[in-house]
Design a protein around this ligand. Structure first.
Ligand code: HEC
Length: 185
């Protein structure tokens, strides 16, 4: 009983303190996700001119350490011989990185989310991109909902995190898919 009261008190204090603590600590000092994002990014960043580098690094962190985009959007996902599911070191396949082409059953294939000729990831403006990740509306077939893409999870990201993902995807090189038979191959 005493323990429960103590826990309840801690939770309550946590509620009051957390927002003020977050506000006081500048983003760069409070976490090293930006640095880690640059460390784990598998491709040259070919288009960073005029970009906010903190956002690009954070975007890489979200895409490469949390989002799992590589497993579904890179075909094959790992450099041949490096597949972590078969004992490899898990090195992402930089050559076809995020260029889509991963089949999910006979009808669904993941899309190319690298920049198109105009430099826009998947050919989408930021507002269109945000709309896709928030609502799952298929930009290629209006009225249809993306059936595999985990947008029901991604839609809970903050605007800033979605912006970071978009900035990162705008900075990576255009690529084309290779050959693979499923996600995480
Ligand atoms: C479980 C597999 C899976 C994961 C993980 C995943 N995607 Fe997808 N994504 C897909 C598939 C498949 C499609 C297309 C068809 C569908 O979902 O029905 C798609 C479509 C998209 C589209 C729409 C592109 C267009 O123009 O049509 C965007 C943008 C996108 N994904 C971005 C991302 C990003 C960014 C991440 C990581 C944060 C991610 N996806 C993670 C499977 C996935």
């Amino acid at each position: 009983m005493i323990k429960q009261t103590f826990m309840a008190a801690l939770l309550f204090i946590g509620f009051i303190l957390t927002p003020s603590l977050i506000n006081e600590v500048p983003a760069q000092q409070s976490d090293n996700r930006v640095t880690q994002g640059f460390l784990i990014n598998p491709v040259p960043l070919v288009n960073i001119k005029g970009k906010n580098l903190a956002l690009v690094g954070l975007g890489s962190y979200i895409v490469n350490a949390q989002g799992g985009c590589n497993d579904c959007h890179t075909c094959p996902s790992y450099t041949p011989g490096h597949n972590p599911f078969s004992g490899g070191d898990g090195q992402y396949n930089a050559f076809n990185y995020l260029a889509g082409g991963v089949p999910f059953g006979p009808f669904i294939v993941s899309r190319n989310i690298t920049p198109d000729q105009t430099g826009k990831p998947a050919g989408l403006t930021f507002n269109q991109f945000k709309q896709v990740l928030r609502t799952g509306q298929d930009p290629a077939a209006p009225g249809n909902i993306l059936q595999v893409m985990p947008w029901p999870v991604y839609r809970h990201m903050t605007d800033q995190d979605l912006r970071a993902v978009y900035e990162y995807l705008s900075a990576i090189p255009h690529a084309e898919p290779g050959t693979c038979s499923g996600a995480g191959e």
